[in-house]
Design a protein around this ligand. Structure first.
Ligand code: NAD
Length: 261
């Protein structure tokens, strides 16, 4: 338990399923008040709200597109209106499009960058302005990926966005550290969520991904949520501008296992 999180207010983007959903439920275990953003899956977001309320916490579900200013402003407003402020902002929403780079359309490219990278900027800007205007502090957690580091052919837009998120996190962590605001990044490896549902339904693809992980295990959304709750808490009070890899060792180059190479 992280007692300092009790009654703190968090916004989580893309919280209706997958990693964002697990973070919302984990934050609720700390009795935080949670704004769960969803884009299309209202039922998923509402189910999370219901579960949190059933367990004595509080949450609201808010529809918003994080790649728009009106969307992120609605999320901040919901935090203020329902819970009186904001302490933690988790930029988790993301998506990917697989296309050879010479064939991806500008529209597809802009969509991936808009949600995965510009959405992070917009969310962070909203949170920063709120804390600065109200003479408060808080912390931001951005959901990057191992692909901020590992190149990913046919997913250039996604890898570019996540690489951008890494440097954005480091830059604003430095910019706002003197104000007592922390900004960190989580880089998940292969996690069993809807984004990977099609791939992992194929046994051979599941096994192939598993073989790229030294711990030989696909991660669970809760593994990422456990990292997020620590970063959000005061136990990480001296941690800013870092990327916490939650990847079972995927970034350690599993191909070199047993002295190969
Ligand atoms: P997911 O598909 O289960 O969830 C993504 C969420 O983002 C969904 O709730 C979706 O509705 C939301 N979203 C998409 N576009 C949006 C928009 N315009 N506005 C608001 N919300 C929007 O996937 P996930 O695996 O839970 O992914 C969560 C984050 O973790 C993403 O940023 C993803 O890139 C990152 N990530 C996931 C993995 C993995 O293996 N699952 C690995 C590395 C990084």
């Amino acid at each position: 338990m992280f007692n300092d999180l009790n009654k703190k207010v968090a916004v989580i983007t893309g919280g209706s399923k997958g990693i964002g959903n697990a973070i919302a439920l984990r934050f609720a275990q700390e009795k935080m008040n949670v704004v769960i953003n969803y884009h299309s899956d209202e039922a998923g977001a509402q189910a999370a709200v219901d579960e949190i309320r059933k367990n004595g916490g509080d949450a609201v579900a808010i529809k918003a597109d994080v790649s728009t200013e009106t969307g992120v402003k609605a999320l901040l407003q919901a935090a203020i209106d329902n819970f009186g402020g904001l302490d933690v902002w988790v930029n988790n929403a993301g998506m990917e499009i697989q296309t050879p780079t010479h064939q991806i359309t500008l529209e597809e490219w802009n969509k991936v960058i808009g949600i995965n990278m510009t959405g992070v900027f917009l969310g962070a800007k909203e949170a920063l302005n709120y804390w600065l205007d109200n003479d408060r502090t808080g912390n931001i957690i951005n959901m990057s990926s191992v692909h901020q580091q590992i190149p990913w052919p046919t997913f250039a837009s996604y890898a570019t966005a996540k690489g951008g998120v890494k440097l954005f996190t480091e830059t604003i962590a430095m910019e706002y550290a003197p104000k007592g605001i922390r900004v960190n990044n989580i880089a998940p490896g292969a996690i069993n969520t809807p984004i990977n549902a099609k791939k992992f339904a194929d046994k051979s693809q599941y096994a192939e991904t598993q073989s790229m992980i030294p711990m030989q295990k696909i991660g669970d959304p809760e593994d990422v949520a456990d990292a997020a709750v620590w970063l959000a808490s005061n136990q990480a009070k001296y941690v800013t501008g870092t990327t916490l890899f939650v990847d079972g060792g995927m970034t350690l180059y599993a191909a070199f296992q047993d002295g190969k190479g």
